[in-house]
Design a protein around this ligand. Structure first.
Ligand code: CP
Length: 346
């Protein structure tokens, strides 16, 4: 499968490993195409869409392995990053991804923009489009904000995290990182998402991708931080089942992958967690608890972490941790997403 990057002789991108591209007549007709104008969540992605992101990310990893990790795929295109919430990994990796693809990348610091004077999201989006933005990456504290933006923007929107709702590129990079270790099919593999599931956009987007990949998905945390997920599990995510439990030992037993989630300190005020100390004692991912998982199990965390709360420092920095690999894979996966969206024929 070719991922269809624009090429220069000195910067040609080879097909992903194991995928041939003979370049023969008729091959282009077989080439999978990306059908989405925006990436707002993972719930609309078909298995073929996900495979295309994974294959494109494979090719991007090959680009990243070069001494100069740059291709001209988005030369002349304008990528604008509009972050209304703090971010390190997502914002920086989108900036690096855009620059690696030779796009013009503009960063909007909302604290120094007309947002502080009361400018609405819709006005801001229209203004950025008038200034040349073609691809807008938005993080917003309000669930659904990127969907509203998409109704008023002529280009492509990527949701970089909206409220508690969705974080599609995080779910895709998580899937990519898991597949690097476990292979393409996750059928029968036990993946545990442990922590503050209720407030987690990462957990919600991961439900779609991990169940679609066939994982035996378990969501685990205090009952107060699982509200609504039991009902969702009963109904199923597009017919796909997952398990919801507060029994941390049952969840971790024989797990192949354990993904810890940040306990958001601000949730203390809403009394959903009695104390961080109690949370750490009952649900924290410690080395002792991790012994319940399979010997080859690995540990993930989307970050930022509260070390000593949802994850012990020895686990976060230990040999089973792939947390920094997740961060690095974020660049390749976001390069893939930008390329697929902006390379699409409108
Ligand atoms: N995982 C994640 O979204 O991290 P940032 O908030 O640092 O972007």
């Amino acid at each position: 499968m070719s991922v269809g990057l624009e090429r220069e002789p000195s910067q040609a991108v080879e097909p992903a490993s194991g995928q041939s591209d003979s370049g023969g007549a008729g091959r282009a007709a077989e080439r999978p195409t990306w059908p989405h104008r925006h990436l707002l969540d993972t719930d609309v992605l078909t298995g073929g869409d996900v495979e295309l992101v994974m294959a494109t990310a494979d090719a991007m990893k090959q680009v990243l392995a070069r001494p100069i990790p740059t291709v001209p795929a988005l030369r002349g295109r304008n990528v604008t990053l509009l972050f209304y919430e703090a971010s390190t990994r997502t914002r920086v990796s989108f900036e690096v991804a855009g620059k690696n693809l030779s796009a013009n990348v503009v960063n909007i610091a909302t604290a120094a923009s007309s947002v502080t004077k009361g400018e609405s999201l819709v006005d801001t989006v229209r203004t950025l489009e008038a200034l040349g933005a073609q691809l807008l990456v938005i993080r917003h504290g309000v669930s659904g904000a990127p969907y509203l933006a998409a109704r008023h923007f002529g280009g492509h929107i990527v949701n970089a995290g909206d409220g508690w709702h969705a974080h599609p590129t995080q779910a895709l990079l998580d899937l990519y990182t898991i597949r690097e270790r476990l292979g393409q099919s996750l059928a029968g593999r036990k993946v545990v998402v442990l922590g503050d599931v209720l407030h987690s956009r990462v957990a919600r987007s991961n439900v779609w991708t991990l169940t679609a990949a066939g994982a035996d998905l378990w969501l685990c945390g205090p009952a107060t931080l699982l509200r609504g997920f039991e009902a969702w599990a009963r109904v199923g995510a597009a017919g796909r089942r997952f398990t919801v439990t507060s029994d941390v030992n049952a969840a971790l037993r024989d797990a192949d992958v354990v993904m810890a989630l940040r306990v958001q300190r601000e949730r203390m005020a809403s009394a959903l967690v009695p104390s961080l100390r109690e949370y750490a004692a009952r649900f924290g991912l410690t080395a002792e608890r991790l012994e319940l998982a399979r010997p080859e199990a690995f540990v993930m965390h989307p970050g930022p972490m509260n070390e000593g709360v949802e994850i012990a420092p020895a686990v976060a920095e230990g040999p089973r941790s792939v947390i920094t690999t997740q961060v690095a894979n974020g660049v390749a996966v976001r390069m893939a997403v930008l390329q697929l969206l902006a390379g699409r024929v409108a």
